[in-house]
Design a protein around this ligand. Structure first.
Ligand SMILES: Nc1ncnc2c1ncn2[C@@H]1O[C@H](COP(=O)(O)OP(=O)(O)O)[C@@H](O)[C@H]1O
Ligand SMILES: [Mg+2]
Length: 268
């Protein structure tokens, strides 16, 4: 498959989406894939994580959408994409103005295809794309689901977080109906705390309720994850975050094997 596009999404905040997107993209880049991260969240956590000022990161996702409505000149890809401090890792940054896109564009026809169309000409420049998503359903989330081939849904192992997963799966089903193709997804349990009974009970019920779509890998709570983000490094590049780093390495292996099995099933 040419330039596979993965999205990381969940309709709840604080479940580890941005951490997961950065961790997987960092590992892909480390494994020599030219990787593009797209920050679709107006909060810009990923943009900040990678060392850019989200208030002043320059042209990015917002300008891409503005150009598409014809209110601004189309910027060429180079101005929308920044090289990060990490080898082979690039970013299309977010900006707070993206929060106004729903109001500006929500009802215009064709607005769900902006990101998919923008990624089309990038096949020669990148081997992989990872998209980080906002927690709410809107034009940005729809664009992400339309543009992606695979979806990764980090889900906090905490009962209050299960509603976000259910909302996410409903939105996914809606987009699948209009795209007319299924979007294979993987639920990834995150922020797992083995010392608490609630975490274990929640993991057990996730496994019972979503058999076959939940990853075997569980990302543990690791206080060093916050330190890695403070240092602007993907989790697996921050040696102190050993537990979470190992989990993300195992998760990437599992996701790549899954991707390969889907490709084989598709070719068969
Ligand atoms: N495995 C983990 N262990 C400890 N803290 C984590 C872990 N994953 C994420 N975090 C922290 O939890 C917070 C929310 O994570 P984040 O990835 O920003 O979630 P989201 O993008 O879903 O809002 C951040 O402060 C992040 O550093
Ligand atoms: Mg986030």
């Amino acid at each position: 498959m040419n330039m596979p596009v993965w999205a990381v999404a969940n309709q709840k905040g604080g479940v580890g989406k941005t951490t997961t997107a950065a961790a997987l993209a960092g590992l892909l880049a480390d494994g020599s894939a030219r990787t593009l991260l797209v920050d679709m969240d107006p909060h810009g956590s990923l943009t900040t994580y990678l060392g850019f000022d989200a208030e002043a990161a320059g042209p990015g996702v917002y300008e891409l959408f503005r150009a598409r409505v014809g209110d601004a000149a189309a910027a060429d890809d180079d101005t929308l994409i920044r090289q990060t401090a990490i080898d082979r890792l690039w970013l299309m940054p977010s900006s707070p103005a993206m929060a106004t896109l729903d109001r500006q564009l929500g009802v215009r026809a064709g607005m769900g295809l902006v990101l998919a169309d923008a990624l089309q000409p990038l096949h020669s420049r990148f081997d992989r794309v990872v998209i980080d998503c906002p927690p709410m359903l809107g034009v940005l989330m729809i664009n992400t689901l339309v543009a992606c081939e695979r979806l990764i849904i980090p889900t906090q192992t905490e009962f209050l977080a299960l509603g976000g997963l259910q909302r996410m799966l409903r939105s996914l089903a809606m987009v699948e109906r209009s795209r007319g193709v299924p979007i294979p997804y993987r639920i990834v349990p995150t922020l797992f705390d083995s010392r608490t009974r609630a975490s274990q009970t929640c993991l057990d019920s996730l496994r019972a309720d979503y058999p076959g779509t939940i990853s075997t890998v569980v990302v543990p709570t690791d206080t060093q994850v916050r330190e890695a983000s403070r240092a602007g490094l993907p989790v697996a590049s921050w040696p102190a975050a050993r537990r979470a780093g190992e989990a993300y390495r195992a998760l990437l292996r599992e996701l790549l094997a899954w991707e390969q099995s889907l490709a084989q099933a598709g070719a068969a």
